[in-house]
Design a protein around this ligand. Structure first.
Ligand code: GDP
Length: 444
């Protein structure tokens, strides 16, 4: 039997032990399984309280069972859900009982969602939204994923695709009718108007999104600067708990320490790099090398300086903010003028907390600008952006080449429709599907 026709099961709730665990079963054997374990087939979509027994009649657990005959189920197949007590031994007994059935096996990661996708329950953008929702850590990530899951992008893409197919039908009809000579202009002109409008819409979507697809991964902010300027202390201020070792000795933060922050709903990873400085100590050199590499990948660098110190980092195009720390000591020493730097400048005391709220507000502002107007964002993955760009390119080319021959334009339109079909996961996607669904949780 093909693996796809087998019945699958998995723990769909969190790690045991837990109060309740949900074990899902999907596939043609689901009804045999549920009726054997529960003693009878439960009423569809009604919670049924029952004692589950294994094949030798031994009780497994007291459970609530739900029975969803396909196709009105999450996967489109017959689905049974067992709400059992979330103990490890309970689950072990459940899994043994399930695996004892022929053609019933444990599910691969994402296999339930993949079956739902294959049965037309959701398109690929919605499946991606579902995965993002499960992994959302912050409120903005949650909202973006939910929009995606609700098909905001998918619906738009389906609509675009239909319009492209309609435009290409107009052109192809023209080709068919003109045995000789030119395709009548009255067929081409409306098609071109349609394509122009569509291209405008897709370009607008691409441009308006800022970098919303980065909302999944979050923004990376590196704290860099010479040893002992207070990088770890600032990091601690930012997370308001001890995450980095704060020490009065230079060069203690040899490695790179990361924390995840939720800044007004934006996911932000802050990296505390090792003190960047010239050193002969090989261990420290390695720390400095890693620190420079991480700082180079960051979306923003906070360069910490003390007194009159200045930025000593070649960052290319990455923005660098100059953060002057230890302002509490400044009355005892010359204050930096800050003149001649093209970088936004902040004055803080990481130890006392002065200037930290202003710095955090500025970081939130940076994140907001960086991600763009994410409230309306439709694109949440690089894959989606790439395919939309391909679509726009094909549409643009179809307009460019129509003068050279309608067949060429029709060809470009077909390729635009194909890109959108790929975006929805409806066209030659087997390999992409493997990659995408492998990232999912087991039981999802
Ligand atoms: P790092 O090497 O850059 O990570 O620096 P640390 O965070 O370990 O700080 C080095 C030393 O500077 C520690 O003794 C801190 O207590 C001290 N320090 C950090 N921030 C301030 C500050 O705002 N004011 C004063 N006076 N001392 C600070």
């Amino acid at each position: 039997m093909h693996p796809r026709d087998q019945t699958i099961f998995a723990l769909s709730s969190g790690r045991p032990p837990s109060a309740i665990a949900i074990v899902r079963v999907s596939g043609p054997m689901a009804e045999s399984v549920v009726s054997a374990l529960a003693g009878k087939t439960p009423v569809p979509r009604m919670a049924t309280h029952t004692l589950l027994r294994d094949s030798s009649g031994q009780p497994i657990d007291d459970a609530v069972v739900l029975w969803f005959p396909g196709p009105a189920s999450a996967t489109g197949e017959d689905v049974a859900e067992f709400h059992v007590h979330g103990g490890r031994a309970v689950l072990a007994a459940m899994f043994n009982a399930l695996a004892a059935f022929d053609n019933v096996r444990t599910a691969e990661p994402g296999e339930f969602t993949r079956r739902a996708f294959e049965n037309g329950k959701l398109d690929l953008t919605e499946a991606e939204g579902l995965d993002d929702l499960i992994h959302a850590d912050t409120d903005r990530q949650r909202r973006q994923a939910l929009r995606q899951l609700k098909g905001m992008l998918g619906d738009r893409v389906r609509d675009w695709r239909e319009q492209i197919i309609a435009a290409s039908a107009l052109i192809e009809a023209g080709i068919d009718f003109s045995d000789e000579g030119d395709v009548p202009a009255e067929l081409i002109a409306p098609a071109l108007v349609k394509i122009q409008a569509l291209l405008g819409e897709i370009k607008g979507t691409l441009a308006a999104q800022g970098r919303s697809e980065r909302l999944r991964d979050g923004l990376v902010v590196a704290i860099a600067g010479p040893p002992n300027v207070g990088k770890s202390t600032l990091m601690n201020q930012l997370v308001r708990r001890e995450v980095a070792i704060v020490s009065p000795h230079a060069g203690t933060t040899r490695d790179v320490i990361e924390v995840q922050l939720d800044l007004d709903g934006y996911p932000v990873t802050v990296i505390d790099t090792a003190g960047i400085r010239e050193t002969d100590d090989p261990v420290e050199q390695e720390g400095v090398r890693r620190a420079r590499a991480r700082a180079a990948e960051a979306d923003l660098v906070l360069w910490l300086a003390e007194g009159a110190g200045n930025i000593d980092l070649n960052q290319g195009t990455t923005p660098v903010w100059l953060v002057r720390n230890k302002i509490d000591l400044d009355s005892a020493r010359p204050v930096a003028s800050g003149e001649g730097t093209a970088h936004p400048e902040f004055r803080i005391s990481a130890a006392r907390g002065d200037g930290i709220p202003e710095l955090i507000t500025a970081l939130v502002g940076f994140a907001h600008d960086y991600f763009g107007t994410s409230e309306g964002a439709l694109i949440s993955r690089a894959r989606q952006r790439r395919l939309l760009e391909e679509t726009a390119d094909s549409l643009r080319r179809s307009i460019d080449v129509v003068g050279q021959g309608e067949e060429l334009a029709a060809e470009e339109l077909r390729s635009a429709a194909t890109s959108l079909g790929r975006l929805l996961g409806r066209i030659d996607v087997e390999d992409i599907l493997d990659v995408i669904f492998r990232e999912f949780c087991v039981g999802k």
